[in-house]
Design a protein around this ligand. Structure first.
Ligand SMILES: [Zn+2]
Length: 157
């Protein structure tokens, strides 16, 4: 039986902040739309870098002293596996601090942010190359297989 798996493409340095196991690592992804998916979410790192994000205090605090490594182009691969445990609109007064934003700046307008809450994030020993996409996407079966064999079975079942 194949697990229900989705993937999400995230740019550096945000992807680095999610794949991190340091205290204060990013466990909320801010998006402009929700999803009914729960469970396994592959964290795919795109190839472009959000250079401005290095000025973000949360990012700087988390990635110091390894910032240089994260300024390199992204790997274009699945770098971690997470459990998507909850999806909700940002509360009016804010929630999911410090990573949860209240507003999401989309291509056309600013909308209330949707928080994708992540748990049990496991960085992969060997990132799995894949082509990214917008929104949540279904990874090819061979990619899913190469990811899941790297993590303990209780995560995938
Ligand atoms: Zn929240």
């Amino acid at each position: 039986m194949t697990a229900d798996v989705r993937a999400i493409t995230i740019r550096r340095p945000w992807s680095s902040c999610i794949a991190s196991n340091q205290p204060g690592a990013k466990r909320v992804e801010n998006r402009g739309a929700g999803t009914s998916h729960r469970g396994i979410l592959l964290i795919h790192e795109g190839k472009t870098v959000d250079v401005d994000a290095f000025a973000d205090r949360r990012v700087a605090d988390l990635l110091t002293p390894h910032r240089d490594a994260h300024e390199q182009p992204g790997v274009g691969a699945v770098i971690a596996v997470a459990q998507l445990t909850d999806v909700h609109y940002a509360a009016g007064g804010g929630c999911c601090a410090p990573w949860g934003e209240i507003w999401h700046h989309g291509p056309k307008s600013v909308v209330r942010a949707v928080h994708l809450v992540l748990a049990d994030v496991r960085p992969l020993p060997r990132p799995v190359p894949a082509r990214g996409a917008l929104g949540l996407w279904t990874p090819p079966e061979d990619v899913t297989a190469q990811v899941l064999w790297q993590i303990p079975k209780q995560v995938a079942r």
